[in-house]
Ligand binder design. Sequence first.
Ligand SMILES: Cc1cc2nc3c(=O)[nH]c(=O)nc-3n(C[C@H](O)[C@H](O)[C@H](O)COP(=O)(O)O)c2cc1C
Length: 403
Amino acid sequence: ALANWRSNVEQVGWPVALVTSAVLGLTVVLVRTLAKRARDEARLRLSDLVLANVSNGVTIADANAPDFPLLYVNPAFERITGYDAGQAIGRNARFLHCDDAAQEGLDIIRVALAEGIPATVKLRNIRADGVPFWNQVSLTPVRNKVGVITHWVGVQRDITKEEEARAALAAAYEDVAHYSADLERFSFVLAHHLQEPARQMRLQAQVLLQRLEEGGTPADREPSERIVEASARLIGLLRDVQTYLAVERLPAEGLPGSPNQALAVAVEWYKERIPGGAVRVDKDDLPKVGMTQKRLDDLFEILVENAVQFRHPERPLHLKVTAEPDGKFWRFRFADNGIGIDSCFFERIFIPLERLQPRTEHTGTGIGLAVARRIVEASHGRIWVESDGVRGSAFLFTLPKAA
Ligand SMILES: Cc1cc2nc3c(=O)[nH]c(=O)nc-3n(C[C@H](O)[C@H](O)[C@H](O)COP(=O)(O)O)c2cc1C
C-alpha cells in the first residue's frame, strides 16, 4: 500500500509542483502589480495634489487630435482665467485671446508647435469676466518612447502686476528723462545769461578800484577787491557749468582723436602757469581713440589742470601716461606724484561742485572731474581713480578704440 501511495504521489507530483510554481509566480506578479498600482496610485494622488495646489495654471493638450484640444486644466488655471474645466476642456486654448491673434508671442507659439520645440511667451489674454490680463505661457512637448509628440503641457502665470509695474517704471523713467532734459536746457541758458551780469559786476568793481587807487585807503579798497574776486569766481563757475552741460550736446564720437596731441597741448598750457614751470612727462606713444579731438583736448586739459592743482608742494610735478588694450577700448592710466586722494573721496571727486578742500587752499570750481566723467561716459567708457593718499593719484579711464 505504501509503494502504491508513493507511486501515486510520484505520478501527480510533477503536475502539482508545476501548478504550485505557476500559482506562486502569478501571485508574485499580482503582488508586484498591486504594489506597482498602489505606487502608481500614490504617485497619481501626489501629482493631483501638486497640480491642485500649485499657483501656476497647468494645461495638457492632445497633440494627436485636430487643433490641439485641451484634455486637462488644473484649479489654478480656473482661478487665473475664470473659466472652469468644463468650459475649457475639448477646446483649443486660443479662446483665451479672443480675436487678438496678431501677437508676437503667438507667432512664437505657432513655430514651436510646428517644430515640436518648447517656448515661453507673454500673451495678452482675456478672463471669462472680460478683464484683460498678461499671461506668461510656457509650452513643452511630451514625447512617447519612440519620440513622437503625444501631448503638449502648458504652464500659465498671471504676470499682470509685474507688467503694470514695468510699464509704470518705464513711464517714470521717460518722465524723469524729459524733466531732466528740460532742466539741463534751462540751466544751460541760465548759466549763459548770468555770465553777462557777472562780467559787468567785475568790470564796474575794477573801475571803482581804479578810482580808489587815487585817493582811497586800503580799507576803502577791500570791498571792491572782494567783488572783483567773487565775480571772477562766479564767471569761472558759470563757464564750468556750461561746459558740463554742453558735453551731452556735442557729438561724442567722430574722427580718431590723438591723445598724444591732447596731452602735449594741455601740458604746454599749464607749464606756463606753474610757478617755475617744471613738469616732467613720461608717456607711451598713446593710441588714437574714437572720439573728437575737441573732447579729448578737454579731457586731458582737465586731468592736467587737476594734477597741477593738487601737485605736491615739495615735489616737481611728474606725470606718467600709459595705455593698454581692453577689449573694444583702450585703458589709459594718467598718474601724477601729487598729494594723492583719500579713498573716501574716490567717488565724490567726480560729483559736480563737491569741494574736498577749502577754497583758500585750492583754486578751481570743483566741476572739472565731473566734466571728465561726462566726456568719458558719453563715449561709453569708464573713469575712476586710484591713490594711496600719499604718493599721488592715478586716473584710469577707457576710451573706444579708433575705428
Ligand atoms: C497646452 C497649450 C496651452 C496653451 N495656452 C494658451 C493660453 O493660455 N493662452 C493663449 O492665448 N494661448 C494658449 N495656447 C496657444 C493656442 O492654443 C494656439 O496654439 C495659438 O493661438 C496659436 O495658434 P492659432 O494661430 O491656430 O490660434 C496654448 C497652446 C497649448 C498647446
